[in-house]
Design a protein around this ligand. Structure first.
Ligand code: HBI
Ligand code: FE
Length: 290
């Protein structure tokens, strides 16, 4: 299997906003923390302080524990300092990237317990929505759960499966598993619905919407159901999947996912928001106002 490091660096990626001119062979760059100005740190604090108030009541306890261990409120965090803490907890480290990178190096990094974190931060007019993941989405949304041993093992298994699927084909079902269970996952904690996905926990609107809105379909986790369900990238999700614990994810990733993909890819795709026979529906959290 070609190693991601064999990827020759490429010129700036058309349509992506990051600076790809200085990427290394494995698509990483230097974070250059001294390059952030006071305005960047102020945008980070605005986003962080807004989400901190929300995640207390809406996020999974494991996410909150990881966030506390990172202590990332003062400004754009230093990836090397966070890597030192994570390495001691679960063996994960962070690598700086200019933005989205191709699947092969992305999965190769995950398989080696390295999480790619984008270095640029959004502009003030993008506080509520931006198209590509920035440092706040990647660090605040994804990094806290890397401190949870079970989730950390799941993500490494997922990376290994993805690296294999890149070679064997059938990436789409795996991309859906990542989208729904890493970016937009819900978890039941003592009967209380909580968010743990990076895509919702880095968004004020979707943190609340995913837990309380009556409209979205919330389906109890079923690996094959997830891997057959398409997703939208331009709006709140129409379907969320709910797990009882992260061990459920780890068990789902432990089976040879790459073997599954060709079979699942041959089955009809399920649309976002579409209910199918066998779905076990999970109700939204009842709003405190009744
Ligand atoms: N690159 N930096 C970065 N971050 C991602 O989340 C990412 C990526 N490249 C590919 C990718 N995600 C997807 O293919 C996976 O979500 C399946
Ligand atoms: Fe993400």
């Amino acid at each position: 299997m070609p190693d991601a490091a064999s990827h020759a660096p490429v010129p700036p990626q058309p349509g992506l906003r990051g600076d790809y001119a200085r990427v290394a062979a494995d698509w990483t760059v230097d974070q250059d923390w001294t390059g952030y100005g006071e305005a960047d740190h102020a945008i980070w604090r605005t986003l962080h302080d807004r989400q901190i108030r929300l995640v207390r009541d809406y996020a999974a306890p494991e996410f909150l524990a990881g966030l506390a261990a990172l202590d990332a409120g003062a400004g754009v965090p230093r990836f090397d300092a966070a890597s030192e803490r994570l390495a001691r907890l679960t063996g994960w480290t962070l690598v700086a990237v200019p933005g989205l990178i191709p699947d092969a190096p992305f999965f190769a990094h995950l398989a080696a317990r390295r999480f790619p974190v984008t270095v640029w931060i959004r502009r003030p007019h993008e506080l509520d929505y931006l198209v590509e993941p920035d440092v706040f989405h990647d660090f605040f949304g994804h990094v806290p759960l890397l401190a949870d041993p079970v989730f950390a093992d799941y993500l490494q298994s997922y990376g290994a499966a993805g690296a294999e699927a890149v070679v064997r084909g059938g990436l789409k079902p795996l991309a859906r598993l990542y989208w729904y269970m890493v970016e937009f996952g819900l978890i039941l904690r003592d009967g209380d619905l909580r968010a743990y996905g990076a895509g919702m926990l880095s968004s004020a609107g979707e943190t609340v919407h995913s837990v309380e809105a009556p409209r979205p379909l919330r389906v109890a986790f079923d690996r094959d159901r997830v891997m057959r369900t398409d997703y939208r990238i331009d709006d709140f999700q129409r379907t969320y999947f709910v797990i009882d614990d992260f061990a459920q994810l780890f068990r789902a990733a432990a089976e040879p996912l790459a073997d599954l993909c060709p079979r699942l890819a041959a089955l009809p795709t399920i649309a976002p928001g579409e209910r199918v026979a066998g779905d076990r529906i999970v109700p939204p959290r009842r709003c405190p106002t009744g």
